[in-house]
Design a protein. Structure first.
Length: 203
């Protein structure tokens, strides 16, 4: 099926507008995209070959040919969902359920609790558990920066990456805008960030 869209638009946002987009946890139209969650994988045809790419990192252009659903795409999303589930359980049960369905490549509307519990045991049993609830999508850091508060920051690299709270020298608590709570896809930020994230720096 062919669609006519303007060049230079964010591909994931265009797919969302067309109701064709996969669920993505780290994308917000007002925040610079980083492709952290990897769930928006699509297959793009380039030089006669299908390549996996992240829709949130692409711009629309003329004669762009892609698949939002294929065996290759679904398998890639399933692998990513399995990795993200290492951060479970999540306060947002819809997010939790979506990831399990993606991992199992299951299209049913509802999963039983036993299916979800089994998915967790398969994913995390015998592995070192990561901090529960946060998938390090960076949306809270981005929204805090956009609003000019700059109280949250990403620290570390690789498996040591974490989000830290920047306290003021006077000890004043975080702003009360609650924007980070509203944008958090997993529901991890259930309180003000100074109570959720460890102290990282002083400003």
């Amino acid at each position: 099926m062919c669609y006519q869209v303007a060049d230079g638009e964010n591909l994931l946002q265009v797919l969302r507008n067309l109701n064709l987009a996969p669920t993505a946890l780290c994308y917000h139209p007002g925040i610079m995209t980083q492709g952290c969650c990897g769930l928006c994988a699509v297959a793009v045809k380039e030089a006669g070959h299908w390549q996996l790419k992240l829709a949130c990192q692409m711009k629309t252009k003329s004669n762009l040919t892609l698949k939002t659903v294929s065996a290759q795409v679904l398998s890639a999303r399933a692998s990513v969902a399995k990795l993200l589930l290492r951060h479970a359980p999540f306060n947002n049960l819809q997010c939790e359920e979506m990831l399990v369905k993606t991992m199992l490549m299951k299209d049913s509307e509802n999963l039983t609790r036993s299916e979800i519990t089994h998915a967790f045991s398969v994913t995390i049993n015998g592995e070192k558990l990561l901090p529960a609830g946060c998938i390090l999508c960076g949306l809270c850091v981005g929204i805090c920066k956009n609003l000019g508060h700059n109280r949250l920051v990403m620290l570390g690299r690789g498996t040591h990456t974490r989000i830290a709270y920047i306290a003021s020298e006077t000890g004043h608590s975080c702003e009360s805008c609650r924007a980070c709570q509203q944008i958090c896809p997993t529901g991890h930020i259930s309180e003000t960030p100074d109570k959720v994230f460890p102290l990282g720096l002083y400003r």
